[in-house]
Design a protein around this ligand. Sequence first.
Ligand SMILES: [Ca+2]
Ligand SMILES: [Ca+2]
Ligand SMILES: [Ca+2]
Length: 227
Amino acid sequence: MATADFNGDGYLDLAVVNDNDSTVSVLLGNGDGTFQSQKTYSTGAQVEFVTTGDLNLDGKQDIVVANYGDQDVGVLLGNGDGTFKPQVTYKVGGPDSGLAIADLNGDGIPDIVASYYHPSQLGVLLGKGDGTFEAVREFNTTQSQGYEVTIADLNGDGAPDLISSDLHASIGVLLNVTLAKAKLSDVVVPGTSKDVEEIVAKYSGDSRYAGSKSAPIKVKGSGGKTN
Ligand SMILES: [Ca+2]
Ligand SMILES: [Ca+2]
Ligand SMILES: [Ca+2]
């Protein structure tokens, strides 16, 4: 489930995936905790995850879904009135179960990261700015049975880093080296708490990044899959 204001009325709306009938439902909020009747849009097979962001920078929230069964990512561009265009899909290299959105290469355009169950990889789709994406680039994680992905700036250099979680509650870190000014080494995750982890690592060089701990980061799925 994801929330955003899809129709610009200031009230939060909902997007919910339905993996048994391969759709995503959009429910517009009335602002009092109730919702208008749902409108559904087709996704791919075994849709697992939904998130939102403005991918084409038109000020209107868009929807992104992980189509686990089809091994692709579906993008539904928002019309700004609570309706969406049909999904456009981008092939990824495995059954994807998690998604996150951030500008990973610093061009001001949102990018998409998808985590795969197997092989345990993260696939990055760089945005072109018009709501379309480049071919996937894949990065290995150190895990098995990947689940979800979270984005945070772990070393404080302004570049978003990728944190992957798997079904065995282990955490992997992929540092963003496209923009990075400080390098981490010897990354460990000391905590075993359910949803918040601290990443501890050594820094080399620049004293500006001398801290050795990240802020606590809420990691999606680190407690393992629940459904
Ligand atoms: Ca709304
Ligand atoms: Ca948009
Ligand atoms: Ca970008």
